[in-house]
Write a protein that binds this ligand. Structure first.
Ligand SMILES: NC(=O)c1ccc[n+]([C@@H]2O[C@H](COP(=O)([O-])OP(=O)(O)OC[C@H]3O[C@@H](n4cnc5c(N)ncnc54)[C@H](O)[C@@H]3O)[C@@H](O)[C@H]2O)c1
Length: 347
């Protein structure tokens, strides 16, 4: 008997949807079964390209199409409501990052998936970059000793035209700014690798783009293990993306994973030898854009969870942690005060 093929429906046929379509098409055991977008041309184009029914109403897609999983790739502020509807229809949910832009709506999504007994996956594909996986293993094996400093730097360029492509970009209601959207993977990585974070101080600014939220900012983190962290983010780098990096400095190890999107090892030095040291050159990837290749790996995990072979790489509770840190950064920038985590009130 051949293994079950899981059917996947996707809502939100925009820029990131392509990474999902390619990843689903490249993996045996899953198949795209329907697509939906409120813009009819986008839904039709994706439906015709992939040979599946297309919808302009999400409710209709949920009712009429056969699927085991719903991928939510719409503007961030829409994710919880659509994820909750999918869960209530008994579907597993793959939610693009960030899972929500408020903690209360993130919690409602987690709760709905728990109540329905379905899986909630939050897409954090950069955790799967080969170079980042090497760092994760080095930490798990204790190779850094005590970690003193952790840095995430995102020096990217997003011109005004990027924000003008869609009305939701840069708004507080549907998107947030550089921390919540473009740099959210880096906030996630630093807290996943070195966290938990105990408190944060931050400053943000909207210096050059006509958007509600920030185009740049800096945050100083205090980790519970005593380490100090710095996150520097800007979308104003002239003239193009320059760096997306994570640097860790520990007692017995120093590592920088850089490139434009944590895609290569730039510095790797430890007091002790490990066979992983031979893998650092091979860990470099050359992705066509800063989204990287990680969606393919992400779906391999989704499939293995659906088959009951393992747990999710990033579930709702794990996705919520970086959201909480981002909201802490925003709270500190707004009040001028240091903000302790977990947050006292749900933002
Ligand atoms: N994992 C990553 O690296 C990564 C990269 C880019 C974007 N994203 C995330 O993916 C999401 C989408 O980003 P994008 O760049 O593809 O945006 P986009 O604007 O290109 O695409 C969003 C699509 O959703 C559609 N849409 C909006 N509201 C809808 C609704 N209620 N029902 C159905 N369709 C609706 C729009 O018409 C549009 O086609 C965002 O949450 C973003 O943060 C993740």
């Amino acid at each position: 008997m051949s293994a079950k093929e899981f059917k996947i429906a996707l809502v939100g046929c925009g820029r990131i949807a392509r990474n999902h379509f390619d990843a689903i098409a490249g993996l045996d055991g899953v198949a795209l079964s329907a697509v939906c977008d409120i813009v009819p041309d986008r839904a039709r184009e994706a439906g015709e390209q992939w040979g599946v029914p297309w919808f302009t109403s999400y409710d209709d897609m949920l009712k009429q199409s056969e699927c085991d999983v719903v991928v939510v790739a719409t503007p961030s502020g829409v994710h919880p409501a659509q994820g909750i509807k999918a869960a209530q229809a008994g579907k597993h949910v793959v939610c693009e990052k960030p899972m929500a832009i408020t903690l209360s709506s993130a919690d409602a999504l987690v709760q709905a998936c728990d109540d329905a007994g379905v899986q909630l996956f939050v897409v954090k594909q950069n955790r799967l970059n080969p170079a980042i996986q090497l760092v994760r293993r080095a930490i798990d094996r204790g190779r850094f000793g005590r970690i003193y400093m952790a840095n995430a730097t995102v020096r990217w360029a997003r011109p005004q035209e990027y924000y003008d492509q869609a009305p939701w970009r840069g708004t507080w209601e549907f998107d947030g700014g550089a921390f919540m959207n473009q740099a959210s993977h880096y906030v996630d990585l630093i807290q996943w690798l070195v966290g938990p974070v105990e408190s944060v101080m931050a400053r943000t600014a909207t210096m050059a783009r006509r958007i509600e939220a920030e185009d740049s900012g800096a945050a100083i983190l205090k980790f519970r293990n005593g380490a100090i962290g710095v996150i520097e983010v800007t979308m104003l780098t002239y003239p193009r993306n320059m760096e997306g990096s994570i640097t860790l400095i520990g007692e017995t190890g120093t590592v920088k994973i850089g490139g434009t999107a944590v895609n290569k090892v730039e510095h790797w030095q430890f007091a002790s030898y490990d066979d992983d040291d031979k893998l650092i050159d091979a860990a470099a990837t050359n992705p066509p854009n800063v989204y990287g290749y990680g969606h393919a790996g992400y779906y391999r995990n989704v499939l293995s969870v659906l088959r009951g072979e393992g747990g999710p790489d990033t579930d709702g509770r794990s996705g919520r942690k970086s959201l909480e840190l981002i909201l802490g950064i925003y709270e500190s920038a707004k009040t001028g005060h240091e903000v302790p985590l977990p947050l006292r009130s749900k933002l």
